[in-house]
Design a protein around this ligand. Structure first.
Ligand code: SF4
Length: 396
């Protein structure tokens, strides 16, 4: 009889020790002497400990463990949100320093043309463009930071694979429509499940040292949860990642679909985890269904947008919302919208991103900010007519 997948879970000792201790609990022999590619979540240009990105010391703990095995080669690669400079994100996130310390190569996944992969029996995606460097390595390690997500409930090891998609291919996942068959879940959840059928990590290490709760993946609040979950079973890692965040894995549509399609179990009895794992649970606040709940006097229309514009919008509101009172409409609120599905927005709503232009009906009073996505300073300038002050944003 096949043994149950094993999960390593630890916490309360900081990112470096947490990762090392979690990895000690599982069998890593499949990585021995292999060429290893580490895929963290470095989706924003942000300093460590802000909850946006994987902590560099979690990466350091992983690299030290890999070197002890040993492995034949290690590299770290990323394709961040569209429009961001990968190496700037590595630098600000502390990853460059770690790579230099351990003599590990950094790779911009988007620097070379992608490889197109066919998805057998898809729900929605017949083909997808995957970053070519992935295919030069024997094993892929997903190292997400634990975050709640406005569109997918959580973003953990499997969702982190979306950062292996070439440039705008990530955006395309948010624009799909069902053609042959309809499913109750969002098209994005079906697309993530399609990707999972052809691309899953060989090892997942969830960095829960400082995650993000609320309006994740970019507008939420940092939360110190100080845990780590590691497993060579990608689904088990995400399943326990949810539990450690105090969330029901069944409430995460992409995990539910993947479990049904790939035969993964959604109950704790199907996996072997440490008896004391509940000690490390830190409940995360979910993203609200309506952003306006968290931002009083701001009405947000988020209709069929993707994470890139959502991130831009959240960063814009974080930095500039207090400057928007002169632009309130007659209801005493500032109205702003993203996504291709905006239909019933109040006249005077600011529209962000190329696809928000649909249904604008040529209204000359509408402020429209082009870009896919635009950056927060462009939005500020389009509304106010002036450049924002020159201080460098904490996050971009
Ligand atoms: S304009 Fe914004 S929401 Fe539309 S596809 Fe581009 S990034 Fe996504």
């Amino acid at each position: 009889m096949q043994s149950k997948p094993l999960i390593g879970i630890t916490g309360k000792h900081g990112p470096f020790e947490n990762v090392k201790n979690a990895l000690k609990q599982i069998d890593l022999s499949l990585l021995k002497n292999k060429r290893i590619l580490i895929k963290p979540n470095i989706g924003r240009v942000a300093k460590p400990e802000q909850g946006y990105n994987t902590h560099p010391l979690a990466i350091a703990g992983l690299i030290e463990t890999l070197k002890e095995l040993p492995v034949s080669k290690i590299a770290i690669g990323e394709s961040p949100i569209v429009g961001l400079d990968t190496f700037k994100a590595f630098e600000r996130g502390g990853i460059t320093e770690i790579a230099n310390k351990y003599n590990v190569e950094l790779i911009d996944f988007d620097a070379v043309s992608p490889i197109i992969k066919t998805i057998p029996n898809p729900r929605i995606l017949k083909q997808t463009k995957i970053c070519a460097p992935l295919f030069e390595y024997d094993c892929l390690i997903s190292v997400p930071v634990a975050k709640t997500h406005m569109h997918t409930v959580v973003t953990l090891g499997i969702k982190n694979m979306k950062g292996c998609l070439y440039r705008h291919e990530k955006v395309r996942y948010h624009q799909l429509e069902y053609i042959d068959k309809q499913y109750p879940e969002k098209t994005l959840d079906s697309a993530i499940s399609d990707l999972a059928t052809i691309l899953l990590p060989d090892l997942t290490v969830i960095d829960g040292y400082i995650g993000m709760e609320g309006l994740g993946p970019s507008g939420g609040d940092a939360i110190k949860s100080d845990f780590c979950v590691a497993s060579t079973h990608p689904f088990a890692a995400d399943f326990y990642g949810c539990l450690l965040m105090g969330l029901d894995p069944l409430s995460v549509p992409h995990l539910r679909i993947i479990s049904e399609r790939m035969g993964f179990f959604m109950d704790v009895d199907s996996y072997r985890s440490p008896a004391d794992y509940k000690e490390f649970i830190v409940p995360y606040r979910l993203a609200p269904q309506d952003i306006s709940i968290d931002y009083k006097n701001i009405v947000v229309y988020d209709q069929e947008s993707c994470s890139a514009c959502l991130s831009t919008l959240m960063l814009f509101l974080r930095r500039f919302k207090d400057d928007m009172s002169p632009y309130f409409l007659d209801d005493g609120k500032f109205h702003i919208g993203i996504g291709k599905g905006i239909r019933d927005a109040k006249e005077g709503t600011v529209r962000i991103g190329n696809c928000s232009r649909r249904n604008m009906n040529g209204n000359p009073k509408t402020i429209y900010v082009p870009g896919c996505p635009p950056v927060p300073t462009q939005i500020y300038k389009a509304i106010t007519g002036v450049e924002p002050e020159e201080n460098e944003p904490e996050v971009s």
